[in-house]
Design a protein around this ligand. Structure first.
Ligand code: PHE
Ligand code: NA
Length: 511
C-alpha cells in the first residue's frame, strides 16, 4: 500500500481539472483536421455516434474503475485493473495505461511548445506584414529548426525544454496545489478567448477584408451530412480515435484522475459534466474557429490541399496568424495572442494529466516522492520527444499520433470494456457507476456498455486491421483479399517510421 494520500481540493476543482484534461489541442487542432481529412460531413455522423455509444460508456467505465482502484490505494492503470480481477494478465495489459500517456505526451508536449512560442511571436509582431506564403514558410522554417526571428539558436528545442520545465514544475506542486490551480485559471480564460474567436469565425463575410467566402461555406462543409463513406471502417477508426483522444479515454489518464476521488463521492454526474464540457468546446468552439476562418479566406480546396500536402496539425499555425492580420494590425496581434494562448492553456492542462499516471505509479509502487517522480516524467518525455523534434519533416510526428494517439487507444478501450462488462461483471460494474450518483444513469446504458460498446470497438478494430483495397468489402470477399494501404497490417509492414528514420539518419538518401 502506498503512502500517497493526495486528493482533489473541491468538486469544482475536480471537474475543471477533468475538463482541462479532456479539453486540449485535440479540440482545436486535431478535430478540424480529422474532419477535413475524412470528408467533412462524412465524418460527423460516425463521430457523434461514437460519442454516444463509446465515449460516454467509456467515461463511466473509466471513472468507476479509477474510483474503485483508488479505494485500495492504487492510482495507475496496471494496479487499478489488478484490483478488479485476479488474473495477472490484466495487470500487464494495464501497462498500456501508463505507456500510452507517455508516448502521447512525447509529441503532444512538442506541439504545446509551438503554441507557447507562437504567443511570443504574435506579441513580438513576427507575422505582421507577412503574406500567407510567408507565414506558412515561417512554420516550415521553424519545424526544420532553422533561423528564428528571435535569434535563439534551435528555438523549437528551447521552447520544448521550457514547456517541459513548466509541466514538471506544476506537477511537482501536487494535485490540488498544482494541477487543480492551473485548471481553475486556464479553463475560464480559454472559454472567453474561444468565444471571441468563434464569434469572429461566425461573422466572416465574403468580400470583407479579403475573405472569399462567407463563414457559412466552412460551417456547411463541416456539418452537411454526407453518406458516401458512412460504412468505411477507416472513417470509423478516425472518428473513434478522435472521440477517444478528445475525451482522453483509452489511455489511463481518467483512471488516474478518478482514483483520487473519494469513495463516497459521485462519479456519474462528474463524468458527464467534464465530458459534455469537452464536447461543447470541440463541436461548438473548436469547429467554429480554424475551419470557417481558413475556408473563408482560402476556400475549401485550398484548405483540403494544405492539409493533405502538409500533414495534419500544422494548419492552425500556417494559416491563422496571417488571416488574423486581415482584421487590422492591432486585432491581428490580439487575436494571435488569444488563439495561441488558448491553445497553450488547452495543451498544458492536458499534458499535466498525461504526467499523473506515471507519477502515481512511482509513488504507490516504489515509494517515490512526488518531486523526483515529476522530474523523471519530464526527462522521459524529453528523450522520447526528441525524434519528433529532430525528424519532424519525415512525418515522425504524425506517425506517433497514429500509433500512440489512435490505434492504441482503440485497442486498450476494447480490452477494458471487456474487462469491465464481462470479467468484472456488468452487475458489479453498474453498482460502481451508480453508487453515490447525483444523476439517474439511463438504464439503456447497461445494455450499451455490455454489448454495443465492445462489439463496435471490435468491428472498428478488425475493420481497420484488414481493410481491403479501396475499402471494397464486397469485392474483397469474392476476389481474395488485398489489403489497403490504410489498413493497420499494411501500415506495420510498410512502417513509415522505420523507412523515415533510415532516411533521416542516412544523408545519402536525403539529397
Ligand atoms: N484530450 C486531450 C485533447 O483533446 C488529449 C489528451 C490525451 C489528454 C491523453 C490527456 C491524455 O487534446
Ligand atoms: Na479534448
Amino acid at each position: 500500500m502506498s503512502a500517497n494520500k493526495e486528493s482533489w481540493g473541491s468538486r469544482v476543482g475536480l471537474i475543471l481539472a477533468m475538463a482541462g484534461n479532456a479539453v486540449g489541442l485535440g479540440n482545436f487542432l486535431r478535430f478540424p483536421v480529422q474532419a477535413v481529412q475524412n470528408g467533412g460531413g462524412a465524418f460527423i455522423i460516425p463521430y457523434l455516434i461514437c460519442f454516444l455509444v463509446m465515449g460516454i460508456p467509456l467515461l463511466w467505465i473509466e471513472w468507476s474503475m479509477g474510483r474503485f482502484g483508488g479505494k485500495f490505494g492504487h492510482h495507475s492503470t496496471p494496479f487499478i485493473v489488478d484490483t478488479m480481477h485476479k488474473n495477472r494478465l490484466w495487470k500487464y495489459i494495464g501497462v498500456f495505461g501508463i505507456w500510452t500517456n507517455i508516448a502521447v505526451a512525447s509529441y503532444y508536449c512538442y506541439l504545446e511548445s509551438w503554441t507557447l512560442s507562437y504567443v511570443f511571436h504574435s506579441l513580438g509582431g513576427t507575422f505582421s506584414g507577412l503574406d500567407q506564403i510567408g507565414v506558412s514558410n515561417f512554420f516550415d522554417e521553424y519545424v526544420s529548426l532553422g533561423e528564428s526571428t528571435f535569434g535563439i539558436p534551435y528555438e523549437p528545442i528551447f521552447f520544448f525544454v521550457i514547456c517541459l520545465l513548466l509541466n514538471t514544475w506544476i506537477l511537482s506542486q501536487g494535485l490540488a496545489k498544482g494541477v487543480e490551480r492551473v485548471a481553475k485559471i486556464g479553463m475560464p480564460l480559454l472559454i472567453v478567448f474561444g468565444m471571441f474567436l468563434a464569434y469572429k469565425g461566425f461573422t466572416i463575410t465574403a468580400g470583407e477584408n479579403g475573405a472569399i467566402n462567407d463563414s457559412s461555406v466552412g460551417l456547411n462543409f463541416l456539418w452537411t451530412p454526407n453518406f458516401d463513406e458512412l460504412w468505411s471502417p477507416t472513417v470509423w477508426l478516425a472518428a473513434a480515435g478522435q472521440i477517444f483522444f478528445t475525451l482522453s479515454v483509452g489511455m489511463g489518464t481518467i483512471h488516474c484522475y478518478a482514483s483520487y476521488v473519494r469513495s463516497k463521492d459521485d462519479i456519474a454526474l462528474n463524468a458527464m459534466s467534464a465530458g459534455w464540457m469537452n464536447e461543447f468546446v470541440e463541436v461548438v468552439l473548436g469547429a467554429s474557429i480554424l475551419i470557417p476562418i481558413s475556408i473563408g479566406y482560402l476556400g475549401i480546396d485550398g484548405v483540403v490541399d494544405l492539409v493533405n500536402k502538409q500533414g495534419g496539425l500544422g494548419l492552425g499555425f500556417r494559416t491563422l496568424p496571417y488571416l488574423f492580420y486581415q482584421w487590422g494590425d492591432v486585432l491581428g496581434a490580439v487575436a494571435g495572442v488569444m488563439w495561441f494562448g488558448l491553445l497553450f492553456f488547452a495543451g498544458i492542462t492536458s499534458s499535466l494529466a498525461m504526467g499523473t499516471p506515471w507519477i502515481g505509479f512511482l509513488q504507490d509502487e516504489f515509494n517515490w516522492r512526488r518531486r523526483p517522480a515529476a522530474w523523471s516524467f519530464g526527462l522521459i518525455v524529453l528523450v522520447l520527444g526528441m525524434p519528433t523534434v529532430l525528424f519532424f519533416k519525415y512525418g515522425v510526428f504524425d506517425e506517433y499520433d497514429y500509433w500512440a494517439g489512435t490505434v492504441s487507444l482503440v485497442v486498450f478501450a476494447l480490452f477494458e470494456s471487456i474487462l469491465f462488462a464481462w470479467v468484472f461483471g456488468m452487475n458489479k460494474g453498474w453498482r460502481e457507476i451508480t453508487s453515490g450518483a447525483d444523476i439517474k444513469v439511463p438504464g439503456i446504458y447497461k445494455f450499451i456498455i455490455k454489448f454495443v460498446t465492445p462489439l463496435l470497438l471490435l468491428w472498428v478494430f478488425i475493420g481497420s486491421l484488414i481493410t481491403p483495397k479501396g475499402g471494397d468489402w464486397a469485392g474483397a470477399l469474392s476476389n481474395g483479399w488485398e489489403l489497403d494501404d490504410s489498413s493497420i497490417i499494411n501500415k506495420i509492414k510498410n512502417s513509415n517510421l522505420k523507412r523515415q528514420l533510415a532516411e533521416a539518419t542516412d544523408p545519402a538518401v536525403i539529397e
